[in-house]
Design a protein around this ligand. Structure first.
Ligand code: ADP
Ligand code: MG
Length: 338
C-alpha cells in the first residue's frame, strides 16, 4: 500500500520548470519580460555558450525591494496581479509568479537588485537553495545571472540541440521582443560579440532596421486600421521583398509577441496574388485591444493567447494590408531578396 504525500517545494518547482523552462531561450524570454514589466528603458543580455554556461540580463527598471528578493523566488509570488479581477485585465507580460522559482530550481542564479530609495541586495541560489545573501551597493535596476542551466536535470540537458540551434532560438525571441518594444533599447551579446542593438527611441522603423537591416526597413510600408475593438499599426515589406518562410511575421498583441496562425494568414492573405506561392513578407503587426477580450492564461509560456472576436481581427488585418498596398505598383514577388 502506498501513501499519499505532498511534494516538497523544490520538486514542485522543478516540475513547473519542465513546462516554463524548456531550453535556454525560455530563460532569456522570462528574464527579459520581467525587465520590461519593471519599466526598464535599457536591457542588456549577455549569453555564453548559447546560454548553457551563462545568461545574464541587466536592466535599469524599478528593482526589487531588499526584503522581497527571496520572496520573488517563491512559487506563485508576484507583484503583478492581486485579485481575480486583475487576472481578467492582464497588462503585464508576467503574472503567474513561476519563472524565477522555476529557473532557480534548475540552475545557479545570482540576483543583484536595487530600487530607487533603498539599499540594494545580492542573493545567490543554487538549485533552489539560498546560499548567499547580502546588502549590495548597486544602481537602480536588476541583474539576474543564470549559470549551469539544467545542471541537476540531466534529461533536460540531453534534449538540448546544438549550440547553434539554441542560440538562434535566443536571437529569435530577442528580435521579436525588441520589435514589440521600440521604446526600449536592447543589446544582445554572445560570447562578448554584439549580435543586436536597438536604439530605444520609440521608432519602429529604426527598430526593424536594427533587427533586419536598413535595406529591409527602407522597403517597408506603414499599415494602420482600427475598429471599436482593435487598433492595428505596424510595418510590412513591399511585395517585392519576401522570404521563404513565415518566420519573419511578428504579431504583437498588447505588447506581447504571440504565435497565431490565423493572424499570420491574415497578413499573407492581405497581399493576395501579389505574393508568389511559398513566399512571405516581413511584417511587424502591432495590435492594441482591451485585455478583457483576451485570455492569456491558456499556456504556461503564454505564446498562445485566446482572442474573442478573432474573425473580426483577421478581417481588419487584411484590410490594413490591402489599403497600404493600394497605391503600390504591381510587381510580382520573389524578384528581390534583400
Ligand atoms: P511574474 O513575472 O509572473 O510576476 P516571476 O517569477 O517572473 O513572476 O517574478 C516574480 C516577481 O519578481 C515579479 O512579480 C517582480 O515583482 C519581481 N521581479 C522579477 N524580475 C524583476 C526585474 N527584472 N525587475 C524588477 N522586479 C522583478
Ligand atoms: Mg515573470
Amino acid at each position: 500500500m502506498t501513501t499519499i504525500r505532498e511534494l516538497p517545494e523544490h520538486l514542485t518547482n522543478q516540475i513547473a520548470a519542465g513546462e516554463v523552462i524548456e531550453r535556454p531561450s525560455s530563460v532569456v524570454k522570462e528574464l527579459v519580460e520581467n525587465a520590461i514589466d519593471a519599466k526598464s528603458t535599457q536591457i542588456d543580455i549577455w549569453i555564453e555558450e548559447a546560454g548553457l554556461k551563462k545568461i545574464k540580463v541587466s536592466d535599469n527598471g524599478q528593482g526589487i525591494y531588499p526584503d522581497e528578493v527571496s520572496l520573488a523566488f517563491e512559487r506563485h509570488a508576484t507583484s503583478k496581479i492581486y485579485s481575480q479581477e486583475d487576472l481578467f485585465r492582464i497588462h503585464t507580460l508576467g503574472f503567474r509568479g513561476e519563472a524565477l522559482p522555476s529557473i532557480a530550481s534548475v540552475a545557479k542564479v545570482t540576483v543583484e537588485t536595487a530600487t530607487e530609495s533603498l539599499p540594494g541586495k545580492m542573493l545567490r541560489i543554487d538549485g533552489g537553495t539560498i546560499v548567499e545573501e547580502k546588502t549590495y551597493g548597486t544602481r537602480k535596476g536588476t541583474s539576474i545571472t543564470v549559470e549551469s542551466l539544467f545542471f541537476n536535470t540531466p534529461a533536460r540537458l540531453k534534449y538540448i540541440r546544438t549550440l547553434q540551434t539554441e542560440l538562434s532560438n535566443i536571437t529569435d525571441i530577442i528580435n521579436r521582443i525588441s520589435l514589440s518594444h521600440p521604446q526600449i533599447s536592447v543589446r544582445l551579446y554572445h560570447d562578448n560579440n554584439p549580435l543586436l542593438r536597438t536604439s530605444g527611441n520609440g521608432d519602429l522603423k529604426q527598430t526593424v532596421a536594427g533587427v533586419y537591416g536598413t535595406k529591409v526597413a527602407r522597403k517597408m510600408m506603414t499599415i494602420q486600421a482600427e475598429n471599436l475593438d482593435f487598433q492595428i499599426s505596424g510595418l510590412v515589406t513591399m511585395p517585392e521583398v519576401t522570404r521563404a518562410s513565415r518566420n519573419y511575421l511578428t504579431i504583437i498583441l498588447n505588447g506581447r509577441y504571440i504565435r497565431n496562425f490565423q493572424l499570420q494568414n491574415a497578413i499573407v492573405d492581405g497581399f493576395g496574388s501579389r505574393l508568389m506561392v511559398g513566399r512571405f513578407p516581413i511584417a511587424v503587426v502591432t495590435i492594441e485591444t482591451d485585455p478583457l477580450l483576451l485570455d492569456v492564461n491558456v499556456h504556461p509560456s503564454k505564446k498562445e493567447v485566446r482572442i474573442s472576436k478573432e474573425k473580426e481581427l483577421t478581417g481588419l488585418i487584411m484590410e490594413a494590408i490591402q489599403s497600404a498596398l493600394k497605391d503600390k505598383p504591381f510587381i510580382p514577388s520573389g524578384l528581390e531578396n534583400l
